[in-house]
Design a protein around this ligand. Structure first.
Ligand SMILES: Cc1cc2nc3c(=O)[nH]c(=O)nc-3n(C[C@H](O)[C@H](O)[C@H](O)COP(=O)(O)OP(=O)(O)OC[C@H]3O[C@@H](n4cnc5c(N)ncnc54)[C@H](O)[C@@H]3O)c2cc1C
Length: 416
């Protein structure tokens, strides 16, 4: 595939400064920039950070996300930045560990990596592929239109640049999302996610992700190894802002909650805190149809799915692949943007639904949730294929009423 340009009608591409301006050099923006530059597009990445830092996020990629990464040609760059394969997945006390390379649709393991190193590697990869990268450049406004533009500031310099397409890959507080002026959907149910990076974690198997949870308590602990004794650990819990675990002083409480979820405190015995300890709202938020007037949104800018379920990186790379393919298959980039947005809504919607099922099954409390679990969990233990595998194998699996009823064991209920 090569990028096609309109020569006779429509947008005059040569009047623009670039084919694509990507706002944000995160994992989604850099992957898109690398791919589009490889296809011959004049590509600019604007990234406000001179140096990436630990933002407590985005380091465990499920198998379907790694398959997306493969299709984008970025696995080599991630491995060179220390990405570590994590083929096993164990929910403590709920049966033997699962071998993801054998049991997912893609037949590949999960991976863990240090997010700032991966971001750095992908920006470099984009540059090597031919994209121009402007670090320290903060986009201050986005102007949708036939020839969309961005205004930016870098140090004392200001500029306005035009492109055939502006791609908003500027993360959770996306300016590009706001510029589109679309209505946002926000789901906030008061759950929190606290995370910290640790060294000297004593894991029996550094290639196994651990999950500890006591269904119905609302609390869950996740341990994602990155190799060499390093792991990222998270605690998902219900809570108010006073319950936020914040700063190194909160680590003892972190270990206590982990233990209450069934994670042995021994693994944290000699652990050293290797980054900030902070807490985030475990919310979903998105806009429908993340394209309008020459501006496409990808990654978190398009849709944030509750980070408890670790789908953000995978969805971001799916966005990149779908948008790339639409842009490379058409010289009408407005139509390509709309086609991307249509497809995005379908798979993003399936992810949100699949996450809500997991939450209802494992985290929700109350009599209705207890009754659901009493019916469904024994059936699931007997026949794991009752569990929809969307979070591991991706949103191409069916997500419908029949799948939901089977997961919740409602297909075994006597007709009323
Ligand atoms: C606590 C937590 C844990 C998570 N854990 C996981 C996990 O285990 N697995 C998983 O798959 N996902 C996880 N996620 C989600 C994942 O981190 C995100 O989905 C992913 O990082 C989104 O990538 P992105 O490229 O869209 O945005 P980002 O990674 O946020 O990148 C956006 C980039 O844009 C830049 N930028 C922003 N505004 C501007 C501007 N105005 N001008 C120029 N540059 C700008 C930023 O500096 C940044 O580099 C987690 C999220 C959280 C909050």
């Amino acid at each position: 595939m090569r990028v096609r340009r309109k020569s006779t009608s429509g947008v005059s591409t040569m009047a623009t400064d670039y084919d694509i301006i990507v706002v944000g050099g995160g994992i989604a923006g850099s992957a898109l920039a690398a791919n589009m530059a490889q296809e011959g597009a004049r590509t600019l990445v604007l990234e406000r950070e001179e140096r990436f830092r630990d933002r407590i996020r985005g380091e465990y990629v499920f198998p379907w996300g790694m398959a997306e990464a493969q299709s984008l040609g970025i696995v080599g760059a991630l491995e060179a930045a220390g990405a570590h394969s994590v083929p096993s997945f164990e929910i403590v006390g709920m049966g033997p560990p699962r071998d993801l390379s054998q049991t997912t649709m893609q037949g590949v393991p999960s991976y863990g990596f240090y997010h700032p190193a991966a971001q750095e590697a992908l920006v470099e990869h984009a540059e090597t592929a031919g994209a121009e990268v402007n670090r320290g450049a903060r986009v201050t406004s986005v102007l949708p239109g036939d020839e969309p533009a961005v205004r930016l500031r870098n140090g004392g310099d200001e500029a306005t640049l035009r492109a055939r397409l502006v791609v908003g890959a500027d993360g959770r507080s996306s300016l590009c999302r706001k510029a589109l002026g679309k209505e946002e959907t926000h789901i906030h149910d008061g759950r929190l996610l606290a995370g910290v990076l640790l060294d000297n974690v004593k894991l029996e198997d550094e290639h196994m992700a651990l999950v500890g949870l006591i269904p119905g308590t609302g609390a869950m602990t996740l341990v994602f190894p990155q190799g060499g004794g390093r792991a990222r650990s998270y605690i998902a819990d219900r809570g108010t802002s006073e319950d936020r675990l914040q700063g190194p002083g909160a680590f003892d409480r972190f270990v206590q909650i982990a233990a209450s979820c069934g994670i042995s405190p021994n693994i944290f015995e000699n652990a050293e805190i290797a980054g900030p300890l902070g807490t985030f709202a475990a919310d979903d938020s998105w806009v429908d149809h993340p394209y309008a007037d020459g501006v496409a949104l990808i990654g978190d800018a398009a849709g944030i799915s509750d980070p408890t379920w670790g789908q953000g990186l995978s969805v971001g790379w799916r966005d990149v692949r779908v948008l790339r393919d639409q842009l490379c298959n058409s010289d009408d980039w407005d139509a390509a943007g709309h086609a991307y947005a249509d497809v995005h809504d379908e798979y993003f919607g399936r992810i949100i639904t699949a996450e809500s099922w997991q939450q209802q099954m494992f985290l929700d409390s109350g009599p209705e949730a207890d009754e659901r679990r009493a019916r469904a969990l024994p059936l699931l233990a007997e026949d794991p294929t009752r569990g929809p595998d969307i979070l591991f194998s991706g949103p191409d699996l069916p997500v419908n009423e029949e799948v939901r009823r089977r997961f919740f064991g409602e297909d075994q209920l006597e007709p009323a």
